[in-house]
Design a protein around this ligand. Structure first.
Ligand code: NAG
Ligand code: NAG
Length: 349
């Protein structure tokens, strides 16, 4: 069945080619907060609703508006937490611009057959890019983005109000081939600290997916390849206009599940698509093949995080989508700073 979807979305898509300069996220002050509480129930699936007003609200955000959303909490394994304020200075020589109103008219195939592939065989599990997928002990998925860091969805550790029960002793699982012919085993690694943007924590009333990401720092470096992050380009700039992700969907326990699909629409913050996914895949690293002008080839890079499901109301009609959070330039600057601890080295991709 084909359905014609007409959606009015505003976008300002940062067209940041590799090597161009990015906004700088400068940390200002860090204050101690009271000890974290861990009372929230883990949400394996995030479902949100976005009406016309919500679409419009998202569209008028300017970089200055979300400086405060880029403040962040750091939670340590001993239960203490801090709040860090930051200042976002726009990249030099390039003023961030609002993109004009865009009307996109797309046809789409309604969810049909299950388009997911279980990755099996020791060989494939340990092969890049599948080997960059890790399990989060609260029930989600994450992606290795440095020798010691894992990117996942914020809702896997915090419900917008409070940390989830399992967040204090959160662990990261590496699916590892077993000896001989046995099933693969999950090996768990401990986490030293967890960082969550304020843009997620303060969205108490209407849970917005825009800031649904969190970074975990492992106690010790892992020994696998990781996938690099990049500022999400417009869908047209990715090979086949496609996104891909692997995760631990809860309907296939113990299996790593891979899928890919086309991008159907996008806003400044979100990527709308119909990749098949079940609870448990939340937090998966969404990647595309992005042209690397230096190495002169297509490279897989993490451009977003799989968040969940959204009912989008446009012109009185409801459309349902699976949604990924885009790594915008400010979010990229923030996560890069979390990883490297040096904002100056994050001015270029
Ligand atoms: C908790 O851990 C953090 C980071 O390692 C440290 O700075 C802080 O002093 C610790 N707090 C307590 C009460 O142990
Ligand atoms: C696999 O085999 C090695 C040596 O043959 C052994 O040391 C190790 O404990 C085994 N691991 C598992 C998970 O059985």
């Amino acid at each position: 069945i084909l359905l014609v979807v007409a959606i009015l979305l505003l976008s300002f898509l940062p067209r940041t080619a590799a090597g161009s300069s990015l906004p700088t996220l400068v940390p200002r002050s860090t204050v101690q907060l009271g000890r974290a509480r861990f009372s929230a129930r883990p949400m394996l699936e995030l479902a949100t609703r976005c009406d016309q007003a919500c679409v419009r609200r998202e569209a008028v955000l300017l970089p200055q508006d979300f400086q405060e959303y880029l403040f962040y909490e750091t939670l340590y394994a001993n239960g203490t937490r801090t709040l860090t304020t930051v200042e976002l200075s726009p990249s030099e020589g390039s003023t961030e611009r609002r993109w004009p109103r865009r009307r996109t008219r797309r046809k789409r195939q309604i969810y049909g057959t299950d388009g997911r592939f279980s990755i099996s065989g020791n060989h494939f599990l340990m092969d890049y890019p599948f080997s960059t997928t890790v399990k989060i002990s609260t029930g989600c998925t994450g992606v290795l983005v440095s020798e010691q860091h894992v990117l996942t969805a914020a809702h896997c550790v915090h419900d917008g109000r409070d940390y989830v029960k399992g967040a204090k002793k959160i662990k990261v699982g590496f699916l590892t081939p077993a000896n001989g012919t046995g099933r693969p085993v999950m090996r768990w690694a401990r986490v030293r600290r967890t960082q969550v943007p304020k843009g997620w924590i303060q969205s108490l009333n209407s849970l917005s997916m825009d800031y649904d990401y969190a970074l975990l720092e492992l106690r010790k470096p892992h020994r696998r390849l990781h996938m690099e992050l990049t500022v999400a380009p417009a869908a047209e700039e990715m090979a086949g206009k496609r996104i891909h992700f692997s995760g631990f969907d809860s309907d296939r326990p113990g299996e790593l599940v891979y899928r890919f699909c086309g991008v159907e629409d996008e806003t400044a913050h979100l990527i709308y698509q119909h990749c098949d996914a079940r609870p448990g895949a939340s937090g998966s690293g969404v990647y595309g093949k992005v042209w690397d002008p230096v190495q002169h080839k297509w490279e897989r890079k993490v451009i977003g995080i799989f968040s969940g499901h959204q009912w989008l109301e446009v012109g009185g009609e409801q459309h349902d989508y699976n949604v990924a959070v885009r790594l915008t330039a400010p979010k990229f600057a923030q996560i890069c700073y979390w990883i490297r601890g040096d904002y100056k080295s994050c001015q270029n991709e």
